[in-house]
Design a protein around this ligand. Sequence first.
Ligand code: IFM
Length: 682
Amino acid sequence: MDVWKVISEGYNEQDAVDCGNRFLIGNGFVGIRGTLEEYRKDKQAACTLAGVYDKAENQTWREPVNIPNGFYAHIENPGEIESHTQCLDIKTGVHSRITEYKRAVLTIERFANMACVNTICQKITVIPKCAEVTLKCGIDSDVWDINGPHLMDLRAQGGEVISVSARTYEQDIPISVSERCDQTGYETVTENNSVYRVFKISEPFTVKRIIVINAGNEGVHENCGETLEGHTAVYESVAGTYDEMLEAHTAVWAKLWENSAVILKGDDEAQLALNYSLYHLHSIAPRHADNLSIAARGLSGQTYKGAVFWDTEIFLMPFFMYTEPETAKKLINYRIKTIDGAMKKAEEYGFKGAFYAWESQDGGAEGCTDFNVIDVFTERPVRTSFRDKQIHISGDIVYALLKYARWTGDNKIFDYGGIDLICACADFYKSRAYCRVGEKELEFPDVVGPDEYHERVDNNAFTNRIADLTLNYAKNRYKVRKPRLRDGIIEQFDGYFDLEDASLETVRSRLKHKREYWGTQSGVAFATQIIKQADVLAMMNLFPEDYTKEDFEKNWFYYEPRTEHGSSLSACMYALGACRFGRADLAYPMFLKSARADLDGGGKSWAGNVFIGGTHPASAGGAYMIVTQGFAGLKQEDNSLTLNPCLPKEIESIEFPVIFRGEKYKIKVTQNTSEIERVNNV
Ligand code: IFM
């Protein structure tokens, strides 16, 4: 098995959506869904820009902007498909397809340049099997939008450089996609604001295309012209041939793997899945910018409004902290820089300090609405409480900041906004807390914890613990109420144990529609103990020092059967939990589930009638956490690292590098040994 390649043989149009996720390429600036070049918006072809959002006329939701598709290509009347292979080389981030039609063989290679992020490159080869075939390739402007359209004043231009320019509706952000190629002898066709080159081909033919994307969103993307004229100038400054760009791009990927590859000896299936997960994390990291973070669906389209959730701080942070501390710092900086949005949100609700957006967009603006799900029966928006009640988000950010500083030793972050952030989040919790007359302990009534199926509950254990951390970071002045314990089981929130203890199957059988939403007060899970995702277990994994092995074991066996795993964030928390009481056998299938989420596809794509399909970076980050913190048992003890392995029988050994406090270490764990070796300074 080639553990660095994802290959799909045979052509199946039904796979378009899953393949769009599975074969995604990206470089942090732009993500290009893995749809075939001839696909258009009906098959969810999309090139999504990081950090550029728009709210279309008469739409309630803001979402990232999909730009015109510069990779569009097709052969006219090629005849039936005789064979078809699609392949993603995850070592180099190069996507390829070979399709043998009756009248021609079409081979296309493409990549999102890691060395110069606003260029994407494509090489098309056509071998005719008849006298002449026609290849049409260019820039398709008819883009897929969920809540669009976002592009106004579209203008397509032909010539040696072909281009489509546009402006976004809400903020008038100029966008342009331009292309030059290394061939002549074409005819240029502009139609419906799209522009194509048309080649008549009678012998084997290759064209290499370099596409430059510009988004004049000041400060978000460096190197991007503010005006359309500026865009042309930027285009001119992008030097190099396709082959030179491929070489530079591949060199960047090689460097990324040098600091991040994890070797799982003896288990190719796990190795491929983990390589694939890390590939995704690399493809969406905003290395080029100082004020971006990572959206919950990465760069795979517009779902979840392209917003940044707690996924980044809790599920992605360890990967970037261990392998690319400078990128981890960018993710923290995004929160520091967007604190104004959080202060505004707190004020909006009458609180002090910083209440971060549940779905954070540019400048920390809240993308989450009060009606975030659409009911499948009535087709009406349903009141959800994620926006106003999921207050653990501020503490999750504090948690990540403290972990980052402790791991990297970068204490300067505190002076550059870190302390202000922690204090502002503490102010928020102080103003949000409730204290009963005559009592000393603070409580947090009316919240939503990680388990989103139980809205507006009191004293969610996770929320109280993360608020406690935030309030008491400096000194232990506040007492936050701890949850009730029953035989060592932590009650997820006040009154949880009194809910109906129905089995998952029973609750599932009560659904009247396959897309019906389980949460909110009328959902099937609400009055039962069935939870959406790890909640108590998530808290225990964040604060493992508070718990014994027995605590982990008891709570795992109580909560896991009651968990629907309706979020891809869930399995990894249970896998980590299982490693804490030595049950690698329980952790291993959950590791595979997390690492394979986008390889397998078929996950939940709907919340009621709201489309939520796309890639699952948190699941990929979770897979990395399982291997490093779970299987290898890597832990920081102040100034040193320790290992406490819990290796599944399927894996002979694990080897990976980490960068800890500016020094590189190689970690190696086998079934009987474990070692940490200092390699060199980074
Ligand atoms: O952040 C998660 C949340 O915990 C569950 N629903 C999906 C969100 C984005 O991944």
